[in-house]
Ligand binder design. Sequence first.
Ligand code: 4AD
Ligand code: MG
Length: 476
Amino acid sequence: MSIKLKSLLQTSPNGQEVTVRGWVRTFRANRFIALNDGSTLQNIQCVVDFESFDEALLKQITTGAALQIKGKYVESQGKGQSAEIQVEDIHLYGGADPETYPIQPKKHSFEFLREKAHLRVRTATFSAVMRIRAALSFAVHQFFREEGFHYIHTPIITGSDAEGAGEMFKVTTLDEKNIPTNENGKTDFTKDFFGKETHLTVSGQLEAETYAMGLGEVYTFGPTFRAENSNTTRHLAEFWMIEPEMAFFDLNDNMDLAEKFIKGVLKYILENCQEDLEFLDQRFASEEKTKPQIERSELGLLEKIKFVVENEFVRLSYTDAIEILRNSKPNKKKKFNYLIEEWGADLQSEHERYLVEKHFKKPVILFDYPAKIKAFYMRLNEDEKTVRAMDILFPGIGEIVGGSQREERLDVLKKRIAAMGIEEEELWWYLDLRKFGSAPHSGFGLGFERLVLFATGMGNIRDVIPFPRTPQNASF
Ligand code: 4AD
Ligand code: MG
């Protein structure tokens, strides 16, 4: 049996026979193979006595080749590692022609590696990012289980538009060369696979609400899709969202849970992903050095994560935020692209980042937004102008969470639906929740990749998901 490097490196070397399997990172001086198997950031040095091996075999041991190595696990003679393997047997599974294998032991740009997304996990940076992504994903499930939540799977193909915005991908099996039309000349969706118009979901929230009204506290963690043409370092067309939904929670309970959740999962990786985080911390530091002084992060990656875990988030109403922004230097000096003049303006990421990075220097939870700029399902406040919405804003990221207390009053909800021009019939089942055993409830959505972006200190959301989907790009 072979042993994973992660376990091997935790045992003390005393000449025991071991078998390891992995991919060659480097082969130096026809003598030192650095092998990595993905279980840890660290490679194992395998020392080859080249006279004992076939020259033709050694020639094929190049960066990227897959090997099994048997040998004695001993204390290292050289510097740079404490243990190594004295190689006795090599089995080559598959070579990697150095003329064509693109991942060579040198610095590759992330742009280049995005084009080689099927091979980039063989680099130290991407393997560290993906191990942290996996750990965070586990931490999410662990957190909610410990809190008594039930994991539910909401549909990916949907007949309703949860966010009420026209940014969904169509799902159809109609023949594009021969689209059936009805008497108005419009597409006849009764002929389509589901007999109605369907899309990929933008959120599992509405369905999660139905389950919260029976199971109490539930969450979804699944893929969501947005066909918005946003080519930014924070947007994906396909991303994973975690959406808890809780019966009998008001907005304050919701904010408390969201804060506890984010802190809990970040604490988990601080405790369980130390090696990868330290590596990414160094990467982050050297990346920051290439930036002009004013753009540099004041804190290192590990410091940033610890800061979030240890400090209370600021809670601020939208109205108070507008006051701060209106009186801010960049607003007065007309440095914002969108100047804040009146109450009711939608906040752009430049405003969110000002609040978080310049004004408070802390994560901020903004709540009680104007009803006009938020979705139909958010609970209307007494003032009839604002809704019980909350967004969590993070340094370097902007919005990481969007959530709200839901409108549980049937009459108010119906009015909001009508005001937004949504067909009531489409939401008949959602309205039923307000007819039968309606109760206050709340929930939020956290964009998983934005969390991974924060936790790894990477600069582009395309580099924290294995195969990013963005406008004009669905390779692999
Ligand atoms: O604020 P959003 O649109 O909220 C909802 O979808 C609600 N239904 C959630 C709920 O209350 N259950 O999206 C939630 C989060 C955002 O805060 C952001 O972190 C992430 O999802 N997000 C994206 N992440 C990557 N790429 C995109 N295009 C994203 N759009 C939203
Ligand atoms: Mg939002």
